[in-house]
Design a protein around this ligand. Structure first.
Ligand SMILES: Cc1ncc(COP(=O)(O)O)c(C=O)c1O
Length: 415
């Protein structure tokens, strides 16, 4: 089910045109379970492809360095206002190019080089920018980590408090890339208050659930909230920072002029569209369905003999431990791709295997729910996954599953 890309692209650059058409077909015929991916609406994609891509707009509305900003000022103001209304925030900066630059800007705004930070460790589901050693955040700051408990595989808030008291961080980051449970933002805020740290909540993964009321919001209690706009929030690729009024100036100055030049105004226009789409009852229902679908998919995976990290999910994602089946995450992800099911291999807490070939796979339901799939469809997807894991090295069988997957997908047109 290819999308209608413009004829200009076909004529000017048939090579790229063919790749994009082919990507449309791939997205159409496969089941996308990458937890950080989604399908942006046609309206969001039209704004992304607009002539705003031509415009330079260094600065902020009303204070730009170049002329010709009538429309960009209006668009950025709408994006900021909609973001504040959607999340109940004092201030929004919609210029970060993506989630990692948004986080970098927060470090720049709140800390001095070498200050101590406390974030979730990457092997437990945290993001690189939460102080991991290969990222700027682990290199230029004194980074410390919390994880999850060995038995329940959930965040142990007493342990977070103990570490926070020990390392006295100037900033605590909560939020994750691979944590299937509700994050208790109040508990983090209490700990941050007790040790005099800033609290930063990175809701990149769950922003759509927060906007849709399917996960508690950190906005009341956190000093700063960062997010991407393209995951559960279903907008264009981009980043955003929400903060209390007292941090607004430092955050804005960190994004521009400290770290970025001209904002990508086409992406900001598309983000505004996505914020408008998210502020609807339809989106609230979507967010609830994402969570319901994840729960049903998880139950079906357990029935197929697989183990869910932490025993289940409260949000859009599942971490599936393949150890009971004696299968590595990488082999599983490769076989699933051959069967038309797109996932990523993922470490599980206290993983005995290496990060590049870990013990788990991460599954997310944001994209399949956007396509209109429901609980019954999740059971069908779990069956496809189960069949695939039974025939890991049988390419003929994997090809047959891929045909079934393609037929299944044909009932769910791409947005
Ligand atoms: C929790 C979290 N924060 C930040 C990011 C970074 O976003 P980006 O890939 O847009 O830089 C991600 C990306 O997966 C994420 O999961």
């Amino acid at each position: 089910m290819p999308d209608q890309l413009g004829t200009a692209l076909r004529q000017t650059d048939p090579e790229i045109f063919e790749h994009l058409e082919s990507e449309d077909r791939r997205q159409g015929r496969t089941i996308r379970l990458i937890a950080s991916e989604n399908y942006a609406s046609r309206a969001v994609r039209q704004a992304t492809a607009s002539r705003l891509t031509n415009k330079y707009s260094e600065g902020y509305p009303g204070r730009r360095y170049y002329q010709g900003q009538q429309e960009t000022d209006a668009v950025e103001n709408i994006a900021r206002d909609r973001a504040c209304a959607l999340f109940g925030a004092d201030h929004a900066n919609v210029q970060p190019y993506s989630g990692s630059p948004a986080n970098l800007a927060v470090y720049y705004a709140l800390l001095e080089l070498g200050d101590s930070v406390l974030g979730m460790g990457l092997p437990f589901g945290g993001h690189l920018t939460h102080g991991w050693k290969v990222s700027f955040s682990g290199r230029f700051y004194d980074a410390h980590h919390y994880g999850v408990s060995r038995d329940a595989e959930v965040i142990d808030y007493d342990e977070v408090r103990r570490i926070a008291k020990e390392v006295e961080p100037k900033m605590i980051i909560c939020g994750a890339s691979a944590y299937p449970r509700t994050i208790d933002f109040d508990a983090f805020a209490d700990i941050a208050e007790e040790v005099g740290a800033y609290l930063v909540a990175d809701i990149a993964h769950i922003a759509g659930l927060v906007a849709g009321g399917a996960h508690p919001s950190p906005v009341e209690r956190a000093d700063v909230v960062t997010t991407t706009t393209h995951k559960t929030l279903r907008g264009p690729r981009g980043g955003m920072i929400l903060c209390k009024e007292e941090h607004a100036r430092a955050i804005d100055r960190a994004v521009f002029p400290a770290l970025q030049g001209g904002p990508h105004m086409n992406a900001i226009a598309a983000a505004a569209v996505a914020f408008g789409e998210a502020d609807t009852d339809e989106f609230k229902a979507y967010a609830q369905q994402v969570v319901t679908n994840a729960r049903i998919l998880g139950q079906a995976m357990e029935e197929a003999g697989l183990r869910l990290v932490s025993g289940g999910t409260d949000n859009h994602l599942l971490l599936v431990d393949l150890t009971p089946r004696d299968i590595g995450g990488r082999d599983a992800a490769i076989a699933l791709e051959k069967a038309g099911i797109i996932v990523n291999a993922n470490s599980i807490p206290f993983d005995q295997r290496k990060p590049f070939d870990p013990s788990g796979i991460r599954l997310g339901t944001a994209a399949v729910t956007t396509r209109g799939m429901d609980g019954e469809d999740m059971k069908q997807i779990a069956q496809f996954i189960g069949q695939t894991l039974d025939h890991l090295d049988d390419d003929d069988q994997l090809g047959r599953i891929a045909s079934d997957v393609e037929e299944f997908c044909s009932a769910f047109p791409l947005p």
